[in-house]
Design a protein around this ligand. Structure first.
Ligand code: CP
Ligand code: NVA
Length: 300
């Protein structure tokens, strides 16, 4: 594993390798054991979109591993003034040991890996969010004991989260059901890949998707970069909400996850969010542990 550009590049063994190391790092941290696996290593973090969790968990993660993280906003970098990403990365490769990037186009992340000479980590694109899903898989395994055979239902836009959940879910042996309106389906190539094994359902019917689910997952109706579509999306997605009625169709012990930030009253009802807050905030915490595992695997 040279980079983390998308989960599709990772084998099932590599995914479980990250999850196992993440569990170990979490356990050690809780018991006051710190390991400076990345002493002296430097991670550049390029942000072309906002972030709370990704930014703070990567920065804290590098610090805890004995390394250093630089926050690089496109408001300050010359990228924001048009310097090509392929030039930027050839310069940054001379200073840094790794780059994390949050941006719009997946091709920009791939270009960083192609033109740079250091590991690249995708911290979210319009196409996927692999770091989030590694934390999600870690959280589901913590609560359910194992992943194989579980049913994961995602309610909402067939966006970056849906794409990565399909890949991560299928690769770890889960059944995945996506409930989304027509015209807002996940990436067609990812769906074709997942449907080969018959473990993916994409439907506009929320109740069918949630039936017997072990995990219900949702995300915002309008992602970063889609602000101008917000009014239209509010109409299209009305009803695509994880509420008490939908939870009744899932398994009685179903967990609820959300990558955050959440819009209560839109994709999730406040009472469902609060009833599952422990799971949701464990999930957010696990970003730290899962990403530390990724950093160790790539930068050590
Ligand atoms: N879930 C997630 O990636 O959160 P941030 O946008 O705050 O980084
Ligand atoms: N789909 C959301 C995820 C945020 C973590 C977005 O891209 O804005």
């Amino acid at each position: 594993m040279k980079h983390l550009l998308r989960l599709g590049d990772l084998s099932t063994e590599e995914i479980f390798g990250i999850l196992n190391l993440a569990d170990q790092l979490k356990y050690e941290r809780k018991n006051g054991v710190s390991h400076h696996h990345l002493e002296g290593k430097k991670l550049g973090m390029i942000f072309q979109k906002s972030s709370t969790r990704t930014r703070v968990s990567f920065e804290v993660g590098m610090y805890e591993l004995g390394g250093y993280a630089l926050f690089l906003s496109d408001r300050d970098l010359q990228i924001g003034r048009g310097e090509p990403i392929r030039d930027t990365v050839r310069v940054l490769s001379r200073y840094l040991d790794g780059i994390m990037i949050r941006t719009f186009k997946q091709s920009d992340v791939e270009d960083l890996a192609k033109y740079g000479s250091i590991p690249v980590i995708n911290g979210l694109t319009d196409y996927c969010h692999p770091c989030q899903v590694l934390a999600d898989l870690m959280t589901i395994r913590e609560y359910k004991g194992s992943l194989k055979g579980l049913k994961l239902c995602f309610v909402g836009d067939g966006n970056n989260m849906a794409n990565s959940l399909i890949v991560g879910g299928i690769k770890t042996g889960m059944e995945v059901a996506i409930a989304c309106p027509d015209g807002y389906k996940p990436d067609a190539e990812i769906c074709a890949w997942a449907e080969k094994d018959g473990k993916l359902t994409v439907t506009a019917d929320l109740t069918a998707a949630a039936a017997g689910a072990d995990v219900i997952y949702t995300d915002v109706w309008a992602s970063m970069g889609q602000e101008s579509e917000r009014a239209e999306r509010e109409k299209v997605f009305r009803g695509y909400c994880v509420d008490g009625a939908l939870m009744k169709t899932a398994k009685p012990d179903a967990m609820v996850l959300h990558c955050l930030p959440a819009h209560r009253g839109e994709e999730i009802a406040d009472e469902v969010f609060e009833a599952h807050a422990n799971e949701i905030f464990d999930e957010a915490e696990n970003r730290l542990h899962a990403q530390k595992a990724v950093l160790v695997k790539l930068l050590k």
